[in-house]
Design a protein around this ligand. Structure first.
Ligand SMILES: Nc1ncnc2c1ncn2[C@@H]1O[C@H](COP(=O)(O)OP(=O)(O)OP(=O)(O)O)[C@@H](O)[C@H]1O
Ligand SMILES: NC(=O)CC[C@H](N)C(=O)O
Length: 797
C-alpha cells in the first residue's frame, strides 16, 4: 500500500511513520478511510492528523459504526486530545445511537483546564501527601503522577502540563535528587529464597477498596457539603444522620440480579463502608405489574451472599402516603397538573426527535383546584388506566430530554404485592426516587450513567418541595459481552424454556453464576478491580472466568476424578494389593489438609490420557510408554491393550515399574483405584459441563437476535464419571465448616480437568454427614463445571 505513504505524510506523519503505517495491513486501510471521512486527503493541520491517526489505530470493532461521528468530532475541534478520543471510542462502543450531550459530557468536550487550576490541584495534592513525599522522596513521584492524573478535575487536563507542575513542586519541596533517590540495587539472594520472595510479592492482594479513597469516588462531597435550598434542611439532615454517609442499593424487584448489579452493590455498600457509613437495601417497587415475591427474596439473599448486610431494608411503597401528600403540595404550589393527553400526544409535545420544538399541552395551565379535584378522582379509581396522569410542571425551554413535564403519577389497577388495592395511583421513578432518597437522608445517591440526564429533574423536584437534597453521582455500567443481562430479556429466555430457570448456570444472573460455583469473593474482586469511574466498562466473559480461576486456584481443594474412565490393570501387582497414599488437598499448602486414597492393581484413568498411536510430542499413556501416576512412587509402563469386538480399547495392561531404576516420567496423569472394599471409586451421577450460552460476542446483534444465537452445545451432561474417596473427606470437612446448606460452596479443582462445584440437585443428607456417615449421606452426586482449568481449555473443554 505504498501509494498511501504520501497521503499519510500530508496529514503530518513523518516519512518513517508513514512508511511503517502503510505496511500495516489493518491500520493502513482504516487510516485511509478515516482520512476520507475527514476529507483531508489533500492534507490538514498536523494536530488534526495526529488525532485522526490515534482514532484509526485504536477504534474498536463495536465503535466502528460511529467512526464518521468521531471523525467529525475531531475535525470540528470538539475532540482535542488522544485521551478524549479514547473516551469517545469507549462511549460509542456498542451504542445504537448517540446522545450528543452525553457524549460531550463523557469526553470532556468544551472542558478547559487552565495551568492555574492544575497548579492549585497539584498544590492541594502535595499538601495532603506531604508526609509520605518527604519520607519517601522521589520514589513517590511516579505513583503520585498517576494519582494526580486520575483526579476528576484534571480528567481532561494536558498530561504534559500536569507532569511539569508536579516535577516543579517536587523540586521545590525536596530539592534536587540526591543519593537518597538512587534506586537501591537488590542484593543477590540465593535462588530458593529469591523465588519465595517473588511469590510473596505476587500473592499480596491489591486493596480492592482503594478506589473509595482515591480517584473519582474519593472526591465526592463529605456529608454536610451539599448545598440546600434552605440551610435548615442540612441542619436537620445532619442531626438525623450524625454526619454519616448514607447510601442505598435500589433494585426494581422485577427479576433476579445480574453481574452488573454486583457492581452497583459493591459501589453503594463499598462507598458507605469505606466511610463508616451505612447502606439501605431499598426495593424500588412502584410498578406492581412487574413485581413478584420471589424476586424480593432472591435479591436480599443475593446481597447477603455477596457479603453485604443492609442497614435497613425498605420499600419505595413504604412511602406511598408521604409521596401522595407531597404531590398535593406540588399541585398547590402550581407545579403539577393532571393531563389527559395520550402517550403519543405527550411524546409529540416533547419534540426533539425530529428537531421539533417542545409544546405545552392544553392541560398545563388548568386551575389548581381542577387538578386537585381530578387527582382526587384518580385516587378514587374514577379514571381508567391511561386516561389521565399527573405531570410535573418542569421546564419547556430546556434541551434535556429527561427534564420537562415528566409524569409523576399514573393510574394502575394491578394490586400491589404490599399495599394490595389500597392505591390505584402509582408514582413514577422520576417522582419517587429523589424523594425517597430525601426521606431516607441519603448522602450519595450513586447510580449508573444513564441517569445523568435525570439529575436535573431529581434536583428540581426536591428543591420545589423544599426537602433535603441528596447528591446524585453516576458511574459507568458494567456490561459483559457474550451474554445477555437485561432482566426483561432473561425472563423471555426463561419463559420460552431456552434456559432452565433464572439460576441456570449458563446465565450471568447472580443466582446463575452462584449455582455454577463462582465464589462471591471472586465476583466482588472482579468488579472492584475493574474500578469505578464514569466510563462504561465492557468486559468479556473470559476475563471474568480468569478472575474466578484465580480465586479457585487459591481456595479449592484438589480431587482426582475421571470423567470418561478407561480401565488399567497393573499386571505385576497382587490381586489384593492395597497401598494407602496420602494426597494433599492442595500441593504445597499443608493448611488445606489432605486425604487418603487406595492404590491397587486395577485403576481407572481418563480415556483422554491414552492413545493407541503414540507420537513424539505426546507424553501421556501409549503402548510401550512409561508414564507417572500422580502421587504414586513409581511410573507404570503400558505393555498391552485389550479391545472389545468393535475395536475399542477397553483395558490397558501396564507394569508398575517398582523393580527398575527410577526414571522421572515426562508427565503424570490422574487415576482412581478400583477398590470396592474402600468404597472406591465414587460414582459421579451427573457432571454438567457448560460452554457459553451464545455463539457470538454480541448476541443481540446476531442474525435473528439473541434468541436465535443460542449455542446448542452450551450444556453437556456426562454420566459415568468417577471420583476418588477423597470426595468423602472433603465433603465432610466442608459440612463441618459451613453447615453444608449452600451446596455450590463445595468447590473443587478436579485435577487436570477443571473447577467444579456441587449442584443443588445433589442428594446429600446433612444429618448423616454430621453423624459421621458421609458415604451414605452422599447419595446422588451432581456437579457443575464452574470454569475450565485454563482459558484455552485444551482437552478439558
Ligand atoms: N450493568 C450494571 N452495571 C452497574 N450497575 C447496574 C447495572 N445494571 C443495573 N445497575 C444498577 O443497579 C441498581 C438497581 O437497578 P435495577 O434493578 O433497577 O436495574 P435495571 O437497570 O432495571 O436492570 P436491567 O435493566 O439490567 O434489568 C440501579 O442503581 C442500577 O443503576
Ligand atoms: N437511580 C437509580 O439507581 C435507579 C434505580 C432504579 N430502580 C432503576 O434502575 O430504574
Amino acid at each position: 500500500m505504498d501509494e498511501l505513504i504520501p497521503v499519510f505524510v500530508k496529514i503530518g506523519l513523518s516519512e518513517q511513520k508513514a512508511k511503517e503505517t502503510a505496511k500495516n495491513k489493518k491500520l493502513a486501510p482504516m487510516l485511509a478511510t478515516v482520512i476520507d471521512d475527514a476529507q483531508v486527503g489533500d492534507g490538514c493541520d498536523k494536530d488534526i492528523g495526529i488525532l485522526l491517526y490515534h482514532l484509526a489505530s485504536t477504534i474498536t470493532k463495536d465503535a466502528a459504526p460511529h467512526r464518521a461521528y468521531l471523525v467529525n468530532k475531531i475535525t470540528n475541534g470538539d475532540l482535542k486530545s488522544n485521551d478524549q478520543i479514547t473516551a469517545g471510542i469507549k462511549f460509542v462502543d456498542d451504542l445504537p445511537s448517540i446522545d450528543e450531550k452525553a457524549f460531550d459530557e463523557a469526553t470532556g468536550v468544551g472542558v478547559v483546564v487552565t495551568a492555574e487550576q492544575v497548579k492549585d490541584l497539584v498544590t492541594g495534592f502535595i499538601n495532603d501527601n506531604k508526609d509520605n513525599i518527604s519520607a519517601n522522596r522521589y520514589k513517590t513521584l511516579g505513583p503520585n503522577l498517576a494519582a494526580v492524573r486520575k483526579l476528576e478535575a484534571l480528567r481532561w487536563a494536558d498530561g504534559g502540563v500536569i507532569k511539569k507542575e508536579l516535577d516543579d513542586q517536587y523540586l521545590a519541596l525536596l530539592g534536587p535528587r540526591d543519593e537518597r533517590d538512587v534506586p537501591q540495587k537488590k542484593k543477590k539472594e540465593p535462588k530458593a529464597a529469591k523465588k519465595e520472595a517473588v511469590q510473596v510479592e505476587a500473592a499480596r492482594p491489591v486493596d480492592p477498596m482503594r478506589m473509595f479513597y482515591e480517584g473519582e469516588l474519593a472526591r465526592l462531597h463529605k456529608p454536610g457539603g451539599n448545598k440546600q435550598i434552605k440551610p435548615e434542611l442540612m441542619d436537620e439532615h445532619l442531626k438525623t444522620t450524625g454526619g454519616k454517609v448514607m447510601t442505598r442499593f435500589p433494585p426494581e424487584p422485577n427479576g433476579y440480579l445480574h453481574i452488573g448489579h454486583a457492581k452497583a452493590i459493591n459501589v453503594n455498600f463499598g462507598y458507605a463502608k469505606a466511610h463508616n457509613g451505612v447502606t439501605y437495601l431499598r426495593y424500588d417497587d412502584t410498578n406492581p405489574e412487574a413485581e413478584e415475591e420471589k424476586y424480593f427474596t432472591s435479591i436480599i439473599d443475593t446481597v447477603r451472599w455477596l457479603g453485604f448486610e443492609p442497614w435497613k431494608v425498605t420499600y419505595s411503597s413504604d412511602y406511598f402516603q408521604q409521596l401522595y401528600e407531597l404531590a398535593l403540595q406540588l399541585i398547590r404550589k402550581g407545579l403539577a397538573y393532571t393531563c389527559q393527553c395520550t402517550g403519543e400526544e405527550i411524546h409529540a409535545h416533547r419534540g426533539g426527535d425530529d428537531g421539533g420544538a417542545r409544546t405545552a399541552c392544553v392541560h398545563r395551565d388548568r386551575p389548581v383546584e381542577e387538578t386537585l379535584d381530578q387527582f382526587e378522582k384518580m385516587k378514587q379509581g374514577r379514571y381508567k388506566e391511561g386516561e389521565v396522569t399527573l405531570r410535573m410542571k418542569m421546564d419547556l425551554e430546556n434541551g434535556n430530554p429527561q427534564f420537562w413535564d415528566l409524569i409523576a403519577y399514573r393510574v394502575l389497577y394491578t394490586p400491589h404485592h404490599r399495599t394490595g388495592s389500597d392505591w390505584c395511583i402509582y408514582p413514577t421513578y422520576d417522582y419517587t426516587h429523589c424523594l425517597v432518597d430525601s426521606f431516607e437522608n441519603i448522602t450519595h445517591s450513586l447510580c449508573t450513567t444513564e441517569f445523568i440526564q435525570s439529575r436535573e429533574s431529581y434536583y428540581w423536584l426536591v428543591d420545589a418541595l423544599e426537602v433535603y437534597k441528596p447528591v446524585q453521582w453516576e458511574y459507568g455500567r458494567l456490561n459483559v459481552t457474550g451474554t445477555i443481562m437485561s432482566k426483561r430479556k432473561i425472563l423471555k429466555m426463561v419463559t420460552n424454556k431456552l434456559v432452565n430457570d433464572w439460576d441456570d448456570p449458563r446465565l450471568f444472573t447472580l443466582v446463575g453464576i452462584r449455582r455454577r460455583g463462582v465464589p462471591p469473593e471472586a465476583i466482588n474482586n472482579f468488579v472492584l478491580e475493574l474500578g469505578v469511574t464514569t466510563n462504561k466498562t465492557v468486559i468479556n466473559t473470559t476475563r471474568f472466568d480468569a478472575k474466578v480461576r484465580e480465586h479457585l486456584d487459591n481456595t479449592a481443594p484438589r480431587l482426582m476424578t475421571v470423567l470418561e474412565p478407561l480401565k488399567v490393570v497393573l499386571k505385576n501387582l497382587a490381586d489384593d494389593f492395597v497401598e494407602d497414599i496420602v494426597v494433599p488437598n492442595k500441593p504445597r499448602d499443608a493448611a488445606m489438609g489432605e486425604h487418603t486414597v487406595p492404590f491397587t492393581k486395577v485403576l481407572y484413568i481418563d480415556r483422554a490420557d491414552f492413545r493407541e498411536q503414540d507420537s513424539k510430542d505426546y507424553y501421556r499413556m501409549a503402548p510401550g510408554k512409561s508414564v507417572g501416576l500422580l502421587h504414586v512412587k513409581h511410573p507404570v509402563r503400558c505393555v498391552d491393550i485389550e479391545k472389545d469386538s468393535q475395536g475399542n480399547v477397553v483395558t490397558v495392561i501396564c507394569e508398575y515399574e517398582n523393580d527398575v531404576a527410577f526414571k522421572k516420567p515426562k508427565t503424570y496423569i490422574h487415576w482412581i483405584a478400583d477398590c470396592p472394599a474402600r468404597g472406591s471409586p465414587v460414582k459421579l451421577d451427573e457432571v454438567r459441563v457448560y460452554e457459553p450460552l451464545f455463539k457470538h460476542e454480541n448476541p443481540e446483534k446476531a442474525e435473528g437476535g439473541y434468541l436465535n444465537d443460542l449455542n446448542e452445545l452450551s450444556l453437556s451432561v456426562v454420566k459415568g464419571g468417577l471420583a476418588t474417596v477423597g470426595i468423602y473427606d472433603q465433603v465432610a470437612d466442608w459440612v463441618n465448616k459451613t453447615g453444608g446448606k449452600d451446596k455450590e460452596s463445595m468447590r473443587w479443582q478436579f485435577v487436570r480437568t477443571g473447577y467444579f462445584c456441587l449442584d443443588k440437585d445433589t442428594d446429600l443428607d446433612l444429618d448423616l454427614v454430621k453423624k459421621g456417615n458421609v458415604k451414605e449421606a452422599l447419595r446422588h452426586i451432581v456437579v457443575n463445571r464452574t470454569v475450565t482449568l485454563k482459558e484455552d481449555a485444551g482437552k478439558s473443554s
